[in-house]
Write a new protein. Structure first.
Length: 400
């Protein structure tokens, strides 16, 4: 057992998957409230990797795997972006042989290894009574597995794609949308100066929310999303029409990284996959840009229209959180503590219909959260559409 002096109990917290603004405010909220309620807080470093790599010996150097959190530490980091606990895409139930820690290689030597038993033993070694993972559906899916194994888990949803089921809002989404609008509006001056198409690729593997909301807000003329395979001729014709109607002679397309041509599949940078089976997406904007140049004369009296293309990538997930991604993480952290103080676990804290709440954790693995194409996306105009905003949630198309 680690040399930890117990108070009311010990809470572990970790961040997994991609970084987003709002993680540090969530860690801060959990830590400050927990300490004031009489708990100790342990920050697990590098997501699930920290719980895989721990050496269960009180004399071992585990500083790279966890740290004790104080108000001083989290107050210093709470206003900043990223995660000071660091993150990884480790999946403890499927660890490649090359990533098995040296002290476990004699025991685990398959090509792919399930280290869940070691994670559970390491949680016991640390004396953790409750675990709060902050992440997207991949990170939280392992949280579901731990809960099914008897670990007391209360989860917080995070992903700039806003695609964790069960909640209208995931930490990071507002900053992503805000930055996408801002950067698109900056890039339009170049598109106008050169009278070109502007093609902007945004994150979104399976869900198109990060392309839909900025387009609905007026940042782009059209958007293509993973939920609907698009026709390239239709897209070209629409963008040519948009450009012709614009006095500055340009038009803008937002394209999700997971978008697909009719009859095509997702475009990947390479075949290597992460621990959750995802290959790195990238390149759909390059293909679309080339096709737009090639097809544009067909719809513009024989004139070829050039393209400015830009992948926003990490520009929308780096830096400080906006107001919503400072406030919601604070609320989510306190919601998690409310549950723990009541002895409740196996829950995901959520925002639903404008109100904070919680829902069973297994919603993360039991369903998918995608754009409702029939309700929210016009497949003939390749853009969002709506009949009424009355009684819609804050971000319009975020409910199942």
């Amino acid at each position: 057992m680690a040399n930890i002096k117990r108070k009311k109990g010990i809470i572990g917290i970790l961040t997994g998957g991609g970084d987003v603004p709002g993680l540090n405010p969530a860690i801060r909220a959990v830590t400050i409230r927990a300490i004031r309620e009489g708990y100790q807080v342990i920050g697990i470093r590098r997501g699930w990797a920290g719980l895989v790599d721990i050496i269960r010996d009180k004399k071992a150097d585990n500083h790279n795997n966890y740290e004790f959190l104080t108000e001083e530490i989290v107050n210093k980091m709470g206003r900043t972006g990223g995660t000071f606990l660091h993150t990884s895409r480790t999946r403890p139930s499927r660890v490649p042989d090359i990533n098995v820690p040296p002290h476990l290689k004699d025991k685990y030597h398959k090509d792919v290894n399930d280290l869940t038993p070691e994670v559970i033993k390491n949680l016991d070694f640390l004396g953790i009574d409750y675990l709060i993972p902050i992440g997207g559906d991949d990170t939280l899916s392992f949280g579901v597995k731990l809960y099914q194994e008897g670990i007391k888990v209360v989860a917080i949803p995070k992903t700039m794609d806003n695609d964790v089921p069960g909640t209208d809002y995931c930490i990071g989404f507002s900053t992503c949308v805000t930055r996408t609008i801002m950067l698109t509006n900056s890039l339009r001056t170049s598109a106008g100066s050169h009278e070109r198409f502007l093609v902007i690729e945004v994150f979104g593997r399976y869900a198109g929310f990060t392309a839909m909301l900025p387009t609905m807000a007026g940042a782009a003329n059209r958007c293509v999303i993973p939920e609907h395979k698009f026709n390239m001729n239709l897209l070209t014709e629409l963008l040519v029409q948009d450009r012709f109607k614009n006095p500055s002679r340009y038009s803008i397309l937002l394209i999700s990284e997971g978008a697909m041509f009719e009859g095509g599949e997702m475009v990947f940078e390479h075949s290597e996959k992460d621990a959750y089976g995802h290959a790195k997406l990238g390149g759909i904007s390059d293909l679309v840009s080339a096709e737009l140049k090639e097809l544009s004369p067909k719809y513009s009296n024989g004139q070829r229209i050039n393209v400015i293309k830009q992948k926003l990538g990490y520009l929308v997930r780096c830096g400080d959180p906006d107001a919503i991604d400072s406030i919601v993480p604070m609320a989510y952290g306190n919601l998690a503590l409310d549950l723990i103080l009541k002895g409740i676990h196996g829950r995901l804290v959520v925002l639903k219909d404008g109100r904070y709440d919680n829902t069973p954790l297994d919603v993360v693995t039991s369903t998918k959260k995608l754009v409702n194409v029939e309700e929210d996306y016009n497949t003939q105009r390749l853009r969002p559409h709506y009949r009424s905003f009355q009684m819609k949630p804050l971000f319009i198309m975020t409910s199942e």
